[in-house]
Design a binder for this molecule. Structure first.
Ligand SMILES: *Cc1c(COP(=O)(O)O)cnc(C)c1O
Length: 494
């Protein structure tokens, strides 16, 4: 059965999966949604015996219905290979009673690799299927991890160019070094003066600029997005929640049909939405714990039903979650409105105009499976330190947010349902903040002294991704204002 995709704002419908992947964002500014959420057609018992790659096929085939079996398997096998430093691809580690699902074993040591190592293959396959002659230009705003993971995925992929914008002072030194040293003739990076929301808003504006699209078309280019709004990122992310459940079953940590909770450190709402999709597909997931840092716009939303971005933007030690406009939330809004695109479009219009909107009590009722929580900087630090001292298990600052929120949730609700915590980055990616959490101020040490020290303290081998940037040459030096992004794109393409 072919699944078709439509815009959450009603302007486009009847789009195939491959077309939705190529377009990224719908023409009316909405996000693509499948016309229904398919159910898993394998039991968890069957899935428990499968490899990550096999599980990926079983999940993704249900969404990407215009890909052939051979095409999809080829994409999967090219993505989930020795680029990952563990055969399991997404291993589970048990610590202090929770299961940490380690999503950071790919080439850029953050969870973005889980989707961005396959997106380029999905996209080039989609381009072939749809006889696209233009060069595809991937345009991406990043709060640090997407940009690097997207460039690593797309570097020197034929028929593509990739352009990344990041906030100059909003990423960690390791994140910035990873980006500015990126190799590949088709990779382009610019730092902008502004924060992540400025970068993301600028990218969205470019996508909605019809005249600019025409200009690019004349030059033989068309834009697409590697941001987490692309359905080609959302779908691969569903896989690891199904996989995690199946492995818990295999390892007899849970019984068949037993419900689990999932806690996710959340920014753009992509990762946790994927967990929700896994639930809707039939994975026995009870509560989705949405963990925010001090930019707690989602916590407030789940508390009150009002989304309000009119507030101070706070720079935290979990920069990949420093976001006030969570793009993927639109998909939940749309689902909660019962697929009413007009209702959703009106709310998104209000968000654009006044920076806030409120949902109805009926919609809130449909979102009951989500609970929001947030961690202060101090709580996050303390949680990382305590987990490390009690168990020897070291987590990064993003995972620390989820860990804190989960602990608080458990204490408040006494809900002792077994819980998977999405572990979204290697502690080495945010080594200064992690080391400061466990040993206090590290002002006098430089970045690599910190990394080496962290390795001695934790005993965790320094990942290849970090070793690489020690000596790599800086290749990208462009800096621009948020209102010059269009010019920067043209500059890169000429
Ligand atoms: C992107 C990112 C997040 C947030 O994920 P969303 O899908 O945007 O909610 C959390 N942690 C890390 C390390 C990330 O890179």
């Amino acid at each position: 059965m072919e699944l078709s995709y439509q815009s959450t704002r009603g302007g486009e419908a009847g789009v195939t999966a491959s077309q939705a992947i190529l377009k990224g964002l719908a023409a009316d500014g909405g996000l693509f949604m499948p016309s229904f959420i398919p159910k898993l057609d394998r039991s968890m018992k069957e899935l428990s015996l499968m490899t990550y790659q096999e599980t990926a096929y079983e999940v993704m085939k249900l969404f990407l219905t215009d890909f052939t079996e051979a095409e999809l398997k080829s994409c999967i096998n090219q993505a989930y290979d020795s680029k990952f430093d563990t055969e399991e691809i997404a291993p589970l580690s048990k610590a202090d009673g929770a299961y940490y699902l380690e999503l950071y074993h790919g080439s850029t040591i953050a969870f973005k690799d889980m989707a961005l190592s396959i997106l380029p293959h999905l996209m080039t396959t989609a381009a072939k299927k749809n006889e696209v002659k233009n060069k595809i230009v991937i345009l991406t705003a990043t709060s640090g991890d997407t940009g690097k993971a997207a460039m690593a995925g797309f570097a020197d992929v034929e028929g593509t160019e990739i352009i990344v914008f990041y906030p100059k002072d909003g990423v960690s030194p390791v994140q910035e070094l990873q980006m500015v040293t990126q190799k590949g003739e088709n990779t382009h990076v610019a730092a902008i003066h502004g924060n992540f929301d400025d970068a993301q808003t600028g990218v969205k504006k470019i996508f909605n600029d019809k005249e600019f699209a025409k200009l690019l078309e004349e030059k033989g280019y068309q834009l697409s997005s590697a941001n987490s709004i692309n359905i080609g990122r959302l779908v691969p992310q569903i896989v690891y929640y199904v996989y995690a459940y199946a492995k818990l079953l295999l390892n007899e940590e849970i019984k068949e049909g037993e419900e689990i909770n999932v806690a996710v450190p959340t920014g753009n709402f992509g990762n946790i939405l994927a967990a929700y999709f896994a639930k809707l597909m039939g994975a026995p997931i009870k509560t989705l714990i949405c963990a925010s840092n001090e930019n707690k716009v989602l916590f407030d939303f789940f508390q009150t039903g009002t989304y309000d971005r009119n507030r101070e933007f706070i720079l935290t030690t979990s920069p990949s979650m420093d976001i006030l406009i969570s793009s993927n939330l639109e998909r939940l809004i749309y689902l909660s409105a019962g697929g009413d695109a007009t209702a959703n479009a009106n709310l998104m219009k209000a968000l654009g105009e006044s920076g806030s909107y409120s949902v109805t009590s009926e919609m809130r009722e449909r979102m009951k499976g989500f609970v929001g929580g947030f961690a202060s900087e101090a709580e996050n630090k303390a949680a990382i330190k305590k987990l490390f001292e009690d168990t020897g298990y070291l987590i990064d600052t993003h995972t620390g947010v989820a860990s804190t929120v989960y602990s608080n949730y458990k204490e408040e609700t006494k809900d002792d349902t077994k819980t998977v915590i999405a572990s979204t980055a290697s502690p080495y990616k945010f080594s200064r903040s992690v080391l400061e959490a466990i040993e206090g101020n590290q002002e006098t040490k430089d970045e690599f002294e910190i990394i080496d020290h962290l390795s001695r303290v934790s005993g965790i081998v320094i990942p290849q991704a970090v070793e690489e940037i020690r000596t790599a040459e800086v290749r990208h030096t462009t800096v621009c204002d948020a209102d010059q992004m269009k010019e920067a794109v043209l500059g890169f393409l000429n």
